[in-house]
Design a protein around this ligand. Structure first.
Ligand SMILES: Cc1cc2nc3c(=O)[nH]c(=O)nc-3n(C[C@H](O)[C@H](O)[C@H](O)COP(=O)(O)O)c2cc1C
Length: 195
């Protein structure tokens, strides 16, 4: 894989998730590792950046996250669409799903989790302890401890549309939308949102 993960300042890292891309969640504990697809991942605070993720309790991913207190959020590019779907169809319990899917990994810097090549962005996440009160047991809240992006698509705190942004949005039944081309509307006077 020839992606080049480049550090994203944490105060700008919410922008990696603001358009709602589908994610691949990576996790590891006790010599095992795993990957699963997750659509329901979103920021809940700018800085320190916190996010929420719905990780269903019976998943192996959830077992590893609960044991390790951390996980990785990877933003797959279009070439990984089939892999993303497949990562969401069967459990990694009792096998190495990352290897079975042919995924290449590199190590996160602040958390003991693998990250996946072939993605547009990456967030390293630490579970908040204690978890803020949640009425749904599948809901996790985490703080982002480091963020990375492929510099050809996201740099200086912004997505770079000229490169083509091919993150993915999942609907159902194996159907994805690509992110597509951005467009600009008038911004509010004095807005610093894109500084
Ligand atoms: C595109 C896609 C998105 C998904 N999003 C979520 C999600 O947001 N939360 C969740 O708990 N499961 C989600 N799933 C289902 C899990 O990926 C699935 O249960 C997976 O097999 C769990 O794997 P594991 O047991 O190896 O952790 C999704 C599946 C697909 C195909």
């Amino acid at each position: 894989m020839n992606d080049l993960p480049t550090a994203v300042p944490l105060e700008k890292a919410y922008r990696l998730l603001n358009h709602g891309p589908v994610t691949l969640i990576t996790s590891a504990h006790g010599g095992t590792r795993n990957v699963m697809a997750a659509s329901w991942v979103m920021p809940i605070d700018f800085f320190p950046l916190r996010l929420t993720a719905v990780i269903d309790v019976p998943t192996y991913t959830r077992e590893l996250i609960d044991a390790s207190g951390c996980f990785g959020v990877n933003l797959p590019r279009r070439a990984l669409a089939q892999t993303t779907y497949d990562a969401g169809q069967s459990t990694g319990r009792g096998r190495d799903k990352i290897a079975d899917l042919g995924l290449d990994t590199f190590q996160a810097t602040t958390m003991p989790v693998p990250l996946l090549h072939g993605c547009a962005g990456w967030l390293e996440c630490k579970l908040l302890d204690p978890q803020p009160t949640a009425t749904d047991a599948s809901l996790l809240v985490a703080q982002v401890t480091a963020a990375w992006a492929d510099a050809s698509m996201f740099r200086d705190g912004r997505w770079r549309p000229e490169a083509g942004i091919d993150t993915l949005h999942y609907v159902a039944g194996g159907v994805f939308f690509p992110t597509g081309a951005p467009f600009q509307v008038r911004t509010a006077p004095g807005s610093t949102e894109l500084d």
